[in-house]
Design a protein around this ligand. Structure first.
Ligand code: FE2
Length: 321
């Protein structure tokens, strides 16, 4: 179970049931025990070799009030939960993001989640490499169960990493589990793919980019990004933040020279620089690193601050060199 932002004034509730007859409905309201509003969505499932997933339900709720706690119940029965909507839009409205990457599902993951929850936040941004299922599909279920208590009360916005790809040529198309389970607002942001999208919250425009989608200047992602950046109004969203999986600036010995880093940076850095992106968060390297403002490998007062946050706690451990 998790909730996400789904366009201005809307949020999406997503949950999985083993029972295929459960309807994709969510009852909700601002008073506990008084769920007078009802929304209907869609249910999806997928087959991965011999694994058959449960029904993944996605239901959009709204229009919703800002900074408001809503109580909700999924599928017409069962316990009541609640989530809090983000602050209103506005150039000076304070907002607190939690940023994580490469979480996995270990005891270290649990520690990261406990720290994030204790700090409190409005919206969580996840830079990819979620479950580390690595083709073993029941691990997506255990990951979802582990995240639920943290992801069902504040919106989680995710982009994919290499561990989400899980392609088996001719048999399983890439990102099948990720796209079924973690459906983000790509339609709402004019993108044709769940692998890259954008959203706005408070005074921030957030670009969720795709390191493992095509990114060259003739690609659908590049064209969408150009159009999306052209629509950004810095008087309304003075902050412009990007997130992707494979870092462009990385002094760690891990993951040096990968095409998703070097070629994507060559293709897109100038576009992001010209639009004055403030911060770019990445995961992939299991460590923390923060750069000064840079452009084309040089210090630049108008450049982007690059921050790596791939130390979420997955089973591969830290990259310490
Ligand atoms: Fe990765």
């Amino acid at each position: 179970m998790h909730v996400s932002l789904a366009g201005p004034e809307y949020m999406k509730v997503s949950w999985m049931t083993a029972d295929k007859s459960v309807p994709a409905i969510v009852e909700y309201g601002t008073q506990s025990g008084n769920l007078l509003q009802k929304a209907t969505g869609v249910s999806k499932s997928y087959t991965f070799l011999t694994y058959q997933s449960g029904q993944m339900h996605h239901v959009k709720l709204g229009p919703l009030l800002d900074s408001t706690t809503y109580f909700y119940r999924c599928g017409g029965f069962g316990p009541e939960y609640n989530f809090t909507t983000p602050p209103p839009s506005g150039p000076s409205v304070p907002i607190k993001f939690a940023v994580v990457g490469d979480l996995g599902q270990t005891d270290w993951t649990a520690s990261t989640l406990q720290h994030v929850a204790a700090q409190g936040y409005d919206v969580l941004l996840f830079a990819g490499d979620l479950s580390y299922a690595d083709y073993i599909q029941p691990r997506w279920d255990t990951f979802g169960q582990m995240m639920s208590p943290y992801a069902n009360y504040k919106p989680w916005m995710v982009t994919h990493g290499n561990h989400e790809e899980e392609q088996i040529p001719l048999l399983v198309k890439s990102f099948l589990a990720f796209n079924t389970r973690w459906e983000m607002p790509y339609n709402e942001s004019g993108s044709n793919s769940n692998l890259y999208y954008s959203f706005e919250v408070a005074g921030v425009h957030v670009l969720m980019l795709g390191s493992y989608a095509e990114f060259d200047s003739s690609s659908a992602q590049y064209k969408w990004l150009q159009a999306d950046l052209a629509k950004v109004d810095r008087t309304k969203t003075p902050w412009l933040i990007a997130m992707l999986h494979a870092p462009w600036y990385n002094s760690n010995t891990a993951h040096q020279g990968e095409t998703e880093s070097t070629d994507m940076m060559a293709a897109m850095e100038t576009l992001l620089y010209q639009h004055n992106v403030d911060i770019l968060f990445a995961g992939h390297v299991h460590a923390y690193e923060r750069n000064l403002r840079v452009y084309k490998n040089q210090l630049n007062d108008c450049g982007i601050v690059h921050i790596t946050i791939g130390d979420g706690g997955n089973r591969e451990g830290l990259a310490t060199k």
